[in-house]
Write a protein that binds this ligand. Structure first.
Ligand SMILES: Cc1cc2nc3c(=O)[nH]c(=O)nc-3n(C[C@H](O)[C@H](O)[C@H](O)COP(=O)(O)O)c2cc1C
Length: 215
């Protein structure tokens, strides 16, 4: 865990991406419920960058100022919406977030900070199982994010998920929002979600035949 701020709570930065906020049921409700909590900064990428031109130094300054980075988004094609991917590609730069640049500058700006995803999916937990409709668990599908955090020396923690959106009625949304507010209060107090280290789990390998064809 990184240091608490002078106000004795962690500084939580929510990088939020939803291409159609006005039609959102769950993400909008989650944002509204926590955006004014002390210690929380909500940064809406589609609102800030309608032209999708990301101001990298300003984004990096926001990141430097947080203890916990939350990426919040609906699941789009088993990943994040395009502007969030653009944000990752541009902001997590070589020599700042990871590695070493040509001038020898080391990329350690995010070292030790926590990385948590807040994700909604149309599909239920059941369809995200081996043998289920989507063949893979969400934890498997989210590994590119987990590895991104790892490369930046960040601490990847268990995501906050809302699944099966089609079958979630108004009462279900309210219950989820209540749970999220509690989860956020815990986070701000420094009670962080469990660390995830999938690379310690058994390896899921490609079939020999396929790998041979690539060589
Ligand atoms: C372009 C697009 C791609 C989507 N891809 C997925 C997906 O891969 N898996 C899934 O479970 N749901 C998928 N969905 C459903 C959204 O994740 C779901 O509608 C969203 O999480 C609901 O959140 P909201 O109420 O904030 O809009 C997709 C929706 C759209 C529009």
């Amino acid at each position: 865990m990184t240091e608490k701020s002078a106000a004795d709570h962690l500084r939580v930065l929510i990088i939020f991406a939803h291409p159609s906020y006005e039609t959102s049921r769950i993400n909008r409700a989650l944002c509204e419920a926590v955006k004014d909590l002390p210690g929380v900064t909500l940064h809406d990428l589609y609102q800030t960058y309608p032209e999708q031109l990301i101001d990298v130094p300003s984004e990096q300054a926001l990141l430097e100022d947080c203890d916990v980075l939350i990426l919040q988004h609906p699941l789009y094609w088993y990943s994040c919406p395009a502007l969030m991917k653009n944000w990752i590609d541009s902001v997590l730069a070589l020599g700042w977030a990871y590695g070493q640049d040509n001038q020898g500058k080391r990329g350690d700006a995010l070292k030790g900070k926590s990385f948590v995803q807040v994700i909604s999916s149309g599909g239920s937990e059941d369809v995200y199982q081996r043998g289920g409709h989507n063949n893979f668990t969400l934890a498997e599908l989210l590994r590119p994010f987990e590895q991104t955090a790892d490369l930046c020396d960040m601490l990847y923690r268990q995501p906050f998920l809302t699944q099966d959106l089609r079958n979630l009625d108004a009462a279900g949304i309210n219950a989820k929002v209540e749970g999220y507010v509690q989860w956020m209060h815990d986070l701000l107090r420094g009670e962080l979600p469990p660390l995830i280290n999938s690379h310690h789990a058994p390896q899921a390998d490609y079939a020999q035949q396929h790998t041979a064809k690539l060589n």
